[in-house]
Design a protein around this ligand. Structure first.
Ligand code: C5P
Length: 348
């Protein structure tokens, strides 16, 4: 078998899973800080952030895809070799099946915008735990679209997950002690999370299906995804901003970046990292292991929330989180596989 792709000797599968766990908790905290804890008079345009995310992610993917195009001879800086590689790459990107990426692209733009609504209306840790429901939607779509078979234990753990998330929700009623809660609307935030979970499951499984059913390079697929994201991301900016007084004028373009300071850019960068790592996790593992990595991030961002944001630990939050973590563990626990490994393999 070909050696597994690795970084400093560690398989990319594990590197990407751990990076995703850390990225997920960073994103929750940075996004919450940039949306909730900075006074609302200085709020930046979330739709602009989503567009910047797509442009940056697309450019990085384009660069990596370009470097991965095989070249026959010479340095890539030679004009002839450079143009040859560029021609090959554009043939790959604009291949006849590139339209397939338009579906996850639209879904992800929708999801990335919903995330800002959720993060603006829910305390960081509550958002993080409720967002775990995407494990449920991902499982549903994996069963329907990828014909994945789930054991009864896995179905039970999915139910437990939903219950755990429900228990944590009791927390949002109590969260009115939080600073800035007057601008937060927990019901709106929760609806946004539920919708984002559906788009996450559908888009993730769809992307996995397209990726694993063809030989096309991951980074070419990412470029296609970003290209198809540009139009909906721009349309969303226009839709949310068309009521502003100077819409369409040159001042309007620069106003899209009003208050777009360090924290807005930090949020964008962490999202870019997340997009790239998510794609790698889907490639080297699958969407279900991705859920496991993100549930690890609950613990990380939960502890950080207590330390940084004065987040109050309530019993519903603690019990709900424990149920969610156990459910995730149970879901990823395969008794048969464990038996094979601990039995014959270890003795031999
Ligand atoms: O929550 P979830 O894991 O579904 O989030 C996926 C995130 O990763 C989205 O922000 C999406 O835009 C991004 N992504 C990406 N490229 C991929 C797959 C996902 O940028 N190939």
């Amino acid at each position: 078998a070909p050696p597994l792709p690795s970084l400093f000797g560690i398989p990319l599968k594990y590197v990407s899973l751990v990076t995703l766990a850390v990225q997920n908790s960073m994103l929750t905290l940075v996004m919450n800080y940039s949306r909730v804890l900075i006074p609302s008079s200085r709020t930046y345009n979330a739709a602009t952030a989503v567009l910047m995310n797509e442009i940056l992610k697309g450019s990085i993917s384009l660069f990596i895809a370009f470097c991965r195009v095989e070249q026959s001879s010479g340095s890539p800086l030679q004009p002839r070799v450079f143009m040859n590689k560029l021609r090959k790459l554009s043939r790959d990107v604009f291949s006849s099946d590139c339209w397939k990426l338009s579906i996850p692209a639209v879904l992800y733009v929708f999801q990335n915008n919903l995330q800002y609504v959720a993060a603006s209306n829910l305390p960081a840790a509550t958002f993080q735990v409720s967002y775990q429901m995407k494990i449920l939607t991902t499982a549903l779509f994996s069963v329907v679209m990828l014909r994945k078979k789930l054991t009864s234990l896995q179905w039970v753990s999915l139910m437990a997950l939903a219950i755990g998330v429900g228990i944590v929700q009791i927390q949002s009623g109590v969260s009115s002690h939080q600073n800035h809660s007057q601008t937060m609307d927990a019901a709106k935030g929760f609806l946004a999370v539920v919708a984002a979970c559906f788009t996450s499951g559908l888009a993730g499984v769809y992307f996995e299906m397209v990726l694993k059913n063809s030989q096309v390079d991951l980074w070419v697929r990412n470029v296609q995804l970003s290209l198809f994201s540009l139009l909906p991301a721009v349309l969303h900016i226009i839709a949310t901003d068309s009521t502003s007084a100077h819409f369409g004028s040159s001042g309007w373009l620069s106003s899209l970046f009003d208050n777009f300071g360090l924290w807005a850019w930090m949020t964008v960068f962490v999202q870019v990292l997340g997009g790239l790592v998510t794609a790698m996790v889907i490639k080297y593992s699958d969407n279900i292991l991705k859920g496991f990595a993100t549930s690890l991030s609950i613990v990380i961002s939960f502890l950080a929330s207590v330390a940084l944001f004065d987040f109050r630990m309530t019993w519903p939050f603690i019990i709900g989180s424990i149920v969610v973590l156990n459910a995730t563990w149970l879901y990823n626990h395969h008794p048969q596989r464990t038996r094979i490994v601990t039995g014959r393999d270890l003795r031999s």
